[in-house]
Design a protein around this ligand. Structure first.
Ligand code: PXP
Length: 254
């Protein structure tokens, strides 16, 4: 396995910190530029309906200043669709959104909402955005994503990371087995496979080792770590861990 895994750095929580005081600092665009310099292959930003972190002006500035692709995360609403169609970012990742949640808690319900989502993503794909659906490691959701014309699925690694953090290692390993199987299935039916949510230095290795996964999107852990070591070092260490796994031949990973 030698293909380099892409790292998308999610900068939402730079905006969370900025908004805590209502001013202009820290600037998410500055963080994005630093992330690019540190080796990020793309920048991810989630414009939530309640604008709790990233704001509309941040998306304008990111589109203007980034030299790597923007992965624009959004809910499947008319308002967000219009914003994405105006900006035409490289990628659009559709996520479920509930106002009361602290973060994106579950995967998108694609199978039960396929007709609406098919019509929702078609215009985005038509203007050239790579449409990704953020789903759990669930066969029905993955097959439905393919059926409605998504180019990419991003597998939700949040449950795997939570089980790890809680010391529930049997459940973690079961979830990892599901992610492994579903990443292979998604790839086999023709989808590009990404993964993300909750990943840290401790949890990234087995996910980075999945041969079908070509991109990881990581934010909260990196921003937290950057308080202690700086953004540049935090991102470079994540990159190193991701590259290390990819350079080990599959036969030797056990
Ligand atoms: N991928 C998706 C689709 C997400 O919604 C998020 C969180 O915004 C992430 C990746 C990054 O998760 P984290 O901030 O926990 O690394």
């Amino acid at each position: 396995m030698s293909d380099r895994l892409r790292l998308g750095v999610n900068i939402d929580h730079v905006a969370t910190l900025r908004n805590a005081r209502g001013g202009a600092v820290p600037d998410p665009v500055r963080a994005a530029k630093m992330a690019e310099a540190a080796g990020a292959d793309g920048i991810t930003a989630h414009l939530r309906e309640d604008r709790r972190h990233i704001r509309d002006a941040d998306i304008d500035h990111l589109m203007e200043h980034l030299t790597t692709p923007l992965n624009f995360e959004m809910a499947a609403t008319k308002e967000m669709q219009a914003i994405a169609l105006r900006h035409r970012p490289h990628a659009v990742c559709i996520v479920p959104e509930r106002r009361e949640e602290r973060t994106t808690e579950g995967g998108l319900e694609v199978a039960g909402d396929d007709n609406r989502l098919a019509h929702f993503i078609a215009p985005l794909a038509e203007v050239g955005c790579r449409v990704s659906l953020f789903v759990a490691a669930d066969e029905a959701q993955i097959r439905a994503s393919h059926r409605i014309g998504a180019a990419v699925v991003e597998l939700h690694t949040g449950a795997y990371c939570d089980f790890h953090a809680d010391g529930r290692f049997e459940e973690r390993d079961l979830e990892l087995a599901r992610l492994t199987e579903m990443a292979a299935l998604a790839h086999d039916i023709g989808l590009e496979v990404h993964a993300g949510h909750g990943l840290s230095y401790e949890t990234v290795n087995p996910i980075a080792a999945l041969p079908s996964v070509v991109e990881l999107n990581i934010g909260h852990f990196l921003m937290g770590e950057s308080i202690f070591v700086g953004l540049d070092r935090a991102i470079k260490e994540m990159r190193r861990l991701m590259d290390e796994v990819r350079n080990i031949p599959i036969a030797e990973t056990g």
